[in-house]
Ligand binder design. Sequence first.
Ligand code: ASP
Length: 441
Amino acid sequence: MKSLALHWKILIGMLLGVTFGFIMLEVQGGGDFIASWIKPIGTIFVKLLKLIAVPLILASLIKGISDLKDISKFASIGLKTIIIYVLTTVIAISIGLILVNTLNPGDGVSTETIAKLTETYANDSSVQGKIAEASRQQASRPLDFLEAMVPDNAFLALSNNKLMLQVIFLAMFLGISLLLVGEKSAKPLKDFFDSLNDVVLKMVDLIMLTAPFAVFSLLANVVVSSGDPELLYALMFYAGVVVGGLFLMICFYLVLVSVITKRNPIWFLKQISPAQLLAFSTSSSAATLPVTMERVEEHLGVDKEVSSFVLPVGATINMDGTSLYQAVAAVFIAQALNFDLTFADQLTIVLTALLASIGSAAVPGAGMVMLVIVLESVGFPADKLAIGLALIFAVDRPLDMCRTMVNVTGDATVSMIVAKIEGKLHTPKSKEWDDHLEEVK
Ligand code: ASP
């Protein structure tokens, strides 16, 4: 019997995880049981993905660039990528703003709900932590991000997952220099990174064998650690607007895939779905990156010369889901707390949400930190920030899961578009974890 496709296995794992989580909520000590016995499975899985992220980016980007044979090609890929990333993000923010301004989810929030949410969350350490983190980020000078991108110690850069842009910089620098030393000197190092790249992709295949169990664990844990269901219901309309916007964004990607790359959008969804489901389960584009790279290269047919640059950069700076969420959340908070927003304020939101999504880290909950900056950009009173965040905190985790899924889908779509424009979209050749098992048995 042909075994079930990976995305079905993962979906089944997710459904069982959610069901198990709800059952455990009813059992005394269920939450503790999940924390002690189930959660570690998901944590180990995410750790394994993070473990291979840096070697994969390094090997794949160096290989990608050194295969180009022509540096101007790299500049052209880079420029197109950034332009398309900015365009899709502006579209995402516009969708968010149109929806929230026409549906006005904030107008229906009663004063009792606001009081209850404020009482429950305004002094919560996570909410306060996000405000503090935002003010730390805001204190930086305009060119700090460029300065931060350049490492002064290669090994330190490689040893910290949070320094993804430094790793990308190092890999690009190495790859370009490798191109310039000529074929003969470049060969040994190029062969080394080629081989490292293949090995790390095989590690992704092996890790993915455990994905259905991992998502079970991750989702069971999300269910038992979610807040008061009554508060969740009170925010249903707001959450619905965000999810509706994210859904429209996915439809927009499918149109792009179909019109520009001429591939069947349903086929695209099928191929990328394991990465989407993991993004949903982990709420982290960074942790999902190795799987996104594997799916895009081996299952969508994007050449490594494109994907090795577009995807790691996208995971760090292209967050369409996050920017859409920031636009909706900012206007929702303003509506609920009767803070008037002018048309100019809405335009300011477009610009700051764009920059904020670029600046958001690819980890769970990062979008909410940058939301503080978006709110401050329209003059939202600092003393009401905690109340504003408290309003949306209860549903942040589920929305984070959905927006991360969109972030990852956006990166995959753009990589296909750039590949198509550059003539680097091929018929995919997927590899399985056991392709060479017979040889070593
Ligand atoms: N969790 C998101 C990501 O990793 C970022 C965010 O919106 O919080 O892409």
